[in-house]
Design a binder for this molecule. Structure first.
Ligand SMILES: [Fe+2]
Ligand SMILES: [Fe+2]
Length: 169
């Protein structure tokens, strides 16, 4: 006999519990993206100095991508019969992305981005696991988003390496 698998779709009544679990994960992911948008707006605007320009431009680009992620998570919440939360449900968590003391301290920003992207990657792997075998569409969507976050992480790890090679980090 073939491997037994749920014959029900994620939208069917028999999968209600699993669906609600996934919606909660998607809400958390949505907030993470929204907070990232806030943090990247601040951190792409605050820095001073010539050296900061590459970082500023990279973050400006990422803002649009992170906003797109937030919209994807919101749409998926809706498709799974959930409700996209209102702003009063928001709790900030990104300590690493608060502005530095000195606005020329670009290493602080780079390290903050790396930490935030790592946290995103860790959590999205969790969502991919939770959706396995039961919600392929969420899984597929989050795999794509995970790839974007890995690219962001890789880019900023490269920036940090450059500063480390120069003895500035
Ligand atoms: Fe994102
Ligand atoms: Fe990202």
């Amino acid at each position: 006999m073939a491997v037994t698998r749920s014959d029900a779709d994620i939208l069917s009544e028999s999968n209600r519990e699993k669906r609600e679990e996934i919606v909660e994960l998607l809400k958390r992911a949505y907030w993470m993206e929204i907070e990232t948008v806030m943090s990247y707006i601040a951190n792409s605007t605050n820095p001073d100095g010539v050296r900061a320009q590459e970082i500023v431009e990279a973050l400006e680009q990422d803002i649009q991508e992170e906003l797109g992620h937030a919209q994807q998570f919101a749409r998926r919440i809706k498709e799974l019969y959930g409700v996209v939360p209102g702003s009063l449900g928001f709790t900030p968590e990104q300590h690493s992305l608060q502005p530095p003391e000195q606005q020329t301290d670009i290493v602080h920003v780079i390290k903050g981005v790396i930490e935030a992207e790592r946290e995103g990657i860790r959590f999205y792997n969790e969502v991919i696991e939770a959706a396995d075998q039961v919600d392929w569409v969420t899984q597929d969507m989050v795999v794509d988003i995970l790839r974007d976050e890995q690219a962001h992480l890789r880019l900023f790890e490269g920036f940090l390496r450059e500063y480390q090679a120069e003895g500035r980090a």
